[in-house]
Design a protein around this ligand. Sequence first.
Ligand SMILES: [Zn+2]
Ligand SMILES: [Zn+2]
Length: 724
Amino acid sequence: MPVVRVALDVPLPKLFDYLAEDAGRTDIGRRVIVPFGQRRQIGLIVELAQASELPATQLKSVIAIDRDLPALPAEWLKLARFAAGYYQHPLGATLLSLLPPALKRLKPTRAEPPAAYALTAAGTAHLPDISPRAKAQRQLAERLQQGPLPLSEAGAWRSHLRLWHRAGWVEAAEAMPASPAPASPPPQLTPDQAATVAAVLEAPAGFGAWLLHGVTGSGKTEVYLKLIEAQLAAGRQALVLVPEIHLTPQTEAAFRNRFPGARLISLHSGLADGERLRAWRACLDGRVDLVLGTRLAVFTPMDRLRLIVVDEEHDGSYKQQEGLRYSARDVAVWRARTLDIPIVLGSATPALETWRNAERGRYRKLELPERAHAEAELPAVKLIDTRADRPRQGLSASLTRALRDRLARGEQSLLFINRRGYAPTLYCNGCGYVVPCPRCSAHQVLHRKGGKFELRCHHCGLMSRPPEVCPDCGSLDLRPAGQGTQRLEETLADQFPGARILRIDRDTAARRGAFAAMREAVNAREVDILVGTQIVTKGHDFPHLTLVGVLGADQALLSPDFRATERLFAQLMQVAGRAGRAARPGEVLVQTGYPEHPLYRALQAHDFARFAAQTLKERREAEFPPYSHQALLRAEAERIDDAIAFLDKAKQAGLALAREHGVTLFDPTPALLARVARRERAQLLVQAGSRQHLQGFLGPWLEAVRGLPTRTLKWSIDVDPLDF
Ligand SMILES: [Zn+2]
Ligand SMILES: [Zn+2]
């Protein structure tokens, strides 16, 4: 009897054998319900075998194979297997984590009604037979002859549609927008854009990774659109990844406008389970031309995929921070290589890993050095030395003056400060006490809600009332220390009573649709001053914005994280790029106590290449990525000693292997943020000169680590970690 090898969502890196009387090769990639221990579980059939290594008496039979859904294609299984192997995550847990949530439930998923119905050939043939007296049916027939009928417009026809569907007269179809907006003519490509498009289109067929390095406002999206157009015209599929969920509606609108006839699907974690399932199903059925989505979309099954675009490829949100800790950008590159198709990675501030790949010739570099609109110049960046021009309530005199000028001219300003809340801490002026989070090794942040203050921990979410007297010295003189977005908003309202101020941070943007509303208000010029965190730096175009002020950026220069400056530079380039998008020149004022710092000098020159060269030199000297490859074994326990002791044992277990593979194991250390929600966290860094060495070591080492006793301790492995 055939045996199926099933992947299950369990923390063991193996497959499980089951008997399946009627299973065949076409069942590979199908969902299956199997008995597991005392329970039933959903699994995925990954392999077929004639016999099992287990004795027949130990084999159980599958309960049911789900043949309603098409099987997952071999290419998808290969992609998921690569991700599980590379990121050292159990295969079953990986495969199941990549399915839409609705497919992980044991209860049979009720077939989602299709988004729309279209006539089949049989239905068309049947139409003349409808009785003239069946008025509703005749109207339905007429309506269907005009094109697919979205279920949302079916109204009283729903029951007829159900019957006709059963009879095979109609079939599921994609819901097209009722009346696609007339596509605006595409703008004329600039010579740089045209050269870029030509370079990719005229390259020999097959795998090619392109780094599209374009300054902010250079029109990278136009290049993507042209490349996608070529694929769609040939009946092929394209996949576009964007970093942020709130950027998808905007990008989606641009794509729909350009390709009104294309079947476009947008995928992100904000979709309801039903929508996600429907989108997945459409992809499996091949009823999709273009997929647009956040990192999870990289795992969309697409059988005619011929182009991948990763926009803002440097963005940290492409890296998943739990479970399967994958980088969607890196998985996308692997997928493109395996499919032998081109991939375009776009950014104004590429990740240094990507930049180095381009410098070494592994990726081909395409440059868009100028803004797409001839009159829009890059903004002038000026540094305000805060040692001379001391900020009051966060604002220097120069920045205040610049804001006043913009208000007088009716232009918009943006103040960028990467701290949400009212103030980073509550501070005792008597003894210097600051309020700690009792559960984490961090301070609590002061927030203002309504008229009241509250303390919140940004790591564990704990909320509490601020103390009225200092718990250490009894002083009543407790003050907010430093600036957050809320306090800056308050200061601005004091200083510019007539100004219309809008704050955008994670607290205000949490509501659905908040971003669209914000964009509208800004574009309708109902806002004079925007105050925001890094959330505003990404992808938004504000044509009337002519001033950007940057506060508190120096913080990142002092961070022990070696990637902090890379992130800061990207953020500052992005935020500076918001200024002067239209005809008026923009100005960027950066308040800093280190105006000589090379990072700010490179920013003034809009010179990413210079910044990259400097930073890569430092990385090379320190043997940091991209000059080495890393993995982080993390452990968390109630006591830090237990976490360290576990990592020590893991290190001992790996020493001989590490020598063999040329890999360095560092000593375990407490994490930068050692305590979160009463759990103590420690980590062990693994470093190697090449990816192959690191990968060769990790597999056998983790097998040994899995054998170590853990009790209540939890551990995880992060390959190519971004956060320490
Ligand atoms: Zn005190
Ligand atoms: Zn906390």
